[in-house]
Design a binder for this molecule. Structure first.
Ligand code: GDP
Ligand code: MG
Ligand code: ZN
Length: 395
């Protein structure tokens, strides 16, 4: 779920999941957290009620009180659009299978951040988009329609051109059945291809032990994130990249899968879809406080290369995204610092050389990725990192 702060993401997620704690909302508003909030929701459909009223997030139908059937569990990532958090937003977008783009019906559309969000979805390559026009309880029909027309105008010619626009009130639980039905139809669980090797983005990592736990009771480090392809099972050997630098070489981390969690349940095997947690044999110290953010999990010997410097084929945008003023993007200069977002990884990069579209960079922190991956490029403009383009590895 992406949207500007105050569009109602937290309220809507709460309404859909029933248990959203918004741990990071305050930190995010103060711009000090790079953590992503997330929560799981279970979607149900009443066995007797017609469409769309039968769709809800409860096992008992809200309308007739009858039994509802579990359709699936989905994970919501709250990808904030606050000033300083472009990197967090791109990181959140990287682990989504689809996006719910929130727009407040009582504001003019697009807000500068809304443009940035759509651009981010574009860069990360998310095509399954649903637009939610929230807060319809505080606009009249004329204003609501005007806002709808602005949304249509704004999305014309973009990846969201054909996205359905669902008017809702997160506050009043209005039209959430239609939203759930639309999510079911437009953002299905990704297909699982058995022939592809495991590839998972790490978006969080934890030490789940309470302070003072005796060493013999310590649980190993936990990795949180999303599987893009392949499967992982309890007992599997896994490899994490980038690992540590030993001399001149980067040595990946090896460990074993001890437990798997998805949708609040312990499972034996996991496939793509939703946010998952992997319990490992790692020293919990290695995974505490999101230390593993931005790394990749795969099967041993099956991971993309590690890059400390590379040349990218860069597409600069015409205008800086995310500002009210329409500033032109100046060409890249040698020695300037950029922020790159690659999957869930964020790193500072220094430009070594530029020749036409090709830009050679040296990274502060290495990143594991391959040719398929899009690289979000931000530059500091008027006091904050702003998106100015995207690239891919040069052939
Ligand atoms: P976020 O920053 O996108 O997570 O937005 P929040 O969920 O924190 O909501 C921002 C403000 O909008 C809060 O004061 C909410 O109570 C309010 N809000 C959220 N959804 C609705 C809605 O559907 N109707 C109205 N009237 N207010 C809403
Ligand atoms: Mg919020
Ligand atoms: Zn019913």
């Amino acid at each position: 779920m992406v949207g500007h702060v105050d569009h109602g993401k937290t309220t809507l997620t709460k309404a859909l999941t029933g248990e959203w704690t918004d741990r990071h909302s305050e930190e995010i508003k103060r711009g000090i957290s790079i953590k992503l909030g997330y929560a799981d929701a279970a979607f149900y459909k009443c066995k007797t009620c017609p469409d769309p009223e039968g769709y809800s997030n409860l096992p008992t139908c809200k309308k007739c009180g009858g039994e509802a059937e579990l359709l699936r569990t989905v994970s919501f990532v709250d990808s904030p659009g606050h000033e300083t958090l472009m990197a967090t937003m791109l990181c959140g977008a990287a682990i989504m299978n689809g996006a719910v783009l929130l727009i407040a019906a009582n504001e003019t559309c697009p807000q500068p951040q809304t443009k940035e969000h759509l651009m981010a979805l574009n860069i990360v390559g998310i095509k399954k988009i649903i637009i939610v026009q929230n807060k319809i309880d505080i606009v009249d029909e004329v204003k609501g329609t005007a806002n709808y027309n602005q949304i249509k105008q704004f999305t014309k010619g973009t990846v969201a051109e054909d996205a359905p626009i669902i008017p809702v009130s997160a506050h009043h639980d209005a039209n959430l059945d239609v939203l759930i039905k639309t999510i079911q139809e437009r953002i299905p669980t990704p297909e699982f291809d058995r022939t592809k090797p495991l590839f998972m983005y790490i978006a969080r990592s934890f030490d789940v032990n309470k302070p003072g736990t005796v060493p013999t009771d310590l649980r190993g480090g936990v990795l949180g994130g999303s599987i893009l392809q392949g499967e992982v099972g309890i007992g599997d050997e896994i490899e994490i990249a980038p690992g540590d630098k030993k001399g001149k070489e980067w040595v990946n981390i090896h460990t074993k899968v001890m437990s798997l969690i998805s949708g609040g349940e312990e499972l034996q095997k996991l496939h793509p879809g939703g946010l998952i947690g992997i319990g490992t044999e790692l020293d919990p110290h290695q995974t505490k406080a999101d230390t593993m953010l931005g790394k990749i999990v795969g099967k041993p010997g099956n991971l993309p290369p590690i890059w400390e410097s590379f040349t990218m084929d860069l597409n600069l945008l015409e205008r800086v995204v995310g500002m009210a003023e329409e500033l032109k993007v100046d060409p890249i200069k040698t020695n300037e610092s950029l922020v790159l977002n690659i999957g869930t990884a964020t790193t500072v990069a220094v430009v070594k050389s530029v020749r036409e579209r090709f830009c050679e960079v040296s990274l502060k922190r290495p990143v594991c990725f391959d040719m398929k991956q899009r690289i979000g490029v931000s530059r500091r403009v008027k006091g904050r990192w702003r998106l100015i383009g995207f690239g891919v590895l040069k052939n």
